[in-house]
Design a protein around this ligand. Structure first.
Ligand code: UDP
Ligand code: MG
Length: 317
């Protein structure tokens, strides 16, 4: 039977830790009873340099439930995406399948069973997707949706309304661990892995306790990181704009020369207006061109895996 690890990043979550532990242990017990996962499946809490008693609580839980509750302590606060990656890579060595979920239980733990079922049907990655955003404020809902649209426009493959609640098989996490980039935007990286995937749908709830650790500033940083780590389209757009302005400068030239010939102009205007348009366009074009090279360098330095071989049929004796 498969051993499940539920990975939970925690930053200053003393108010929710025990609640989360109890709820998730309940899920594990239930799945073990239904013989869907092995009895040594466990929860892995990742303490992301919390300033409160989060780590002490994790230690307490571990001594009470030495098999079911485990922990990873990061030496300092590195942020949700890094804490989650640390947890997944640690869990990869210790389990057959992982599920990542936030500590605040906003994601519905009742769909974990569906995720496991889909895993047993042969999916390596199962995305948890929010049905609606009823509980989010109007502001959070519209900004988030604008963000998903913008990502799509920029050519970044992401799953609409999916955050970081997902199941990944051991081999999917192993492939993920080969992405050695430092600017992490996990939900953009997972679709690059490949393999058969599926989704489960759920309603996102309010936080059980405590407050959000994702203020607007962190949200904007994540959004910008998502685009700038996956797309060099902005550079191509600059180049396109440069080309467009050079084209406009030709029209401007025709207009300026006609005005000059018909004599409706102040002295010096024609040469000035021609230079402005042409040089402006040329400069943008040149910046865009240099940018294209930088974009290539940026893709090279990431050293991402270029493919993921799932199977080879080799000749048999
Ligand atoms: N988190 C973390 N490190 C941070 C910030 C957040 O590990 O620096 C964790 C946090 O404990 C929670 C998850 O990331 O488990 C999501 O954070 P939160 O629920 O505050 O975000 P929101 O749901 O409000 O977007
Ligand atoms: Mg939350």
């Amino acid at each position: 039977m498969d051993k499940l690890a539920i990975v939970v990043p925690c930053y200053n979550e003393e108010e929710v830790l025990k609640i989360a532990s109890e709820a998730l242990r309940g899920v594990l017990d239930d799945l073990v009873r239904k013989e869907k996962i092995s009895a040594d499946s466990f929860i892995l809490f990742v303490n992301d340099g919390s300033k409160d008693r989060t780590w002490e609580l994790i230690e307490e839980e571990h001594s009470t439930y030495p098999v079911q509750v485990c922990g990873v302590k990061l030496a300092g606060n590195v942020g949700h995406q890094y804490a989650l990656t640390a947890g997944l890579i640690t869990a990869m060595e210790m389990s057959d399948v992982t599920i990542s979920i936030d500590a605040d239980l906003q994601d519905d733990i009742n769909v974990i069973e569906d995720m496991i079922d889909k895993f047993h049907e042969g999916n390596d990655i199962v995305y948890g997707v929010r049905k609606e955003r009823k509980t989010d404020t109007f502001f959070k809902r519209t900004t988030a949706q604008a963000f998903y649209k913008l990502m799509k426009l920029m050519g970044v493959k992401t799953v609409y309304n999916h955050a970081d609640f997902r199941l990944m098989s051991k081999r999917a996490v192993e492939q993920f661990s080969k992405y050695r980039e430092s600017n992490l935007f996990i939900r953009g990286m997972i679709p690059l892995i490949g393999y058969q995937t599926d989704s489960v749908y759920y309603d996102r709830k309010e936080r059980v306790a405590g407050e959000s650790k994702y203020p607007l500033k962190k949200m904007l940083a994540l959004a910008f990181n998502g685009i700038s780590s996956f797309s060099i389209k902005p550079i191509s757009m600059i180049m396109g704009m440069g080309l467009f302005i050079v084209f406009i400068s030709v029209l401007a030239a025709v207009y300026a020369l006609i005005s000059y010939a018909t004599g409706h102009v102040v002295q010096g205007w024609t040469s000035l207006i021609l230079s402005i348009w042409f040089l402006g366009g040329l400069q943008l074009l040149a910046i865009g061109l240099v940018g294209q090279y930088i974009g290539k360098i940026y893709i090279e330095v990431k050293q991402r895996p270029r493919f993921n071989i799932e199977k080879v049929l080799s000749p048999e004796e």
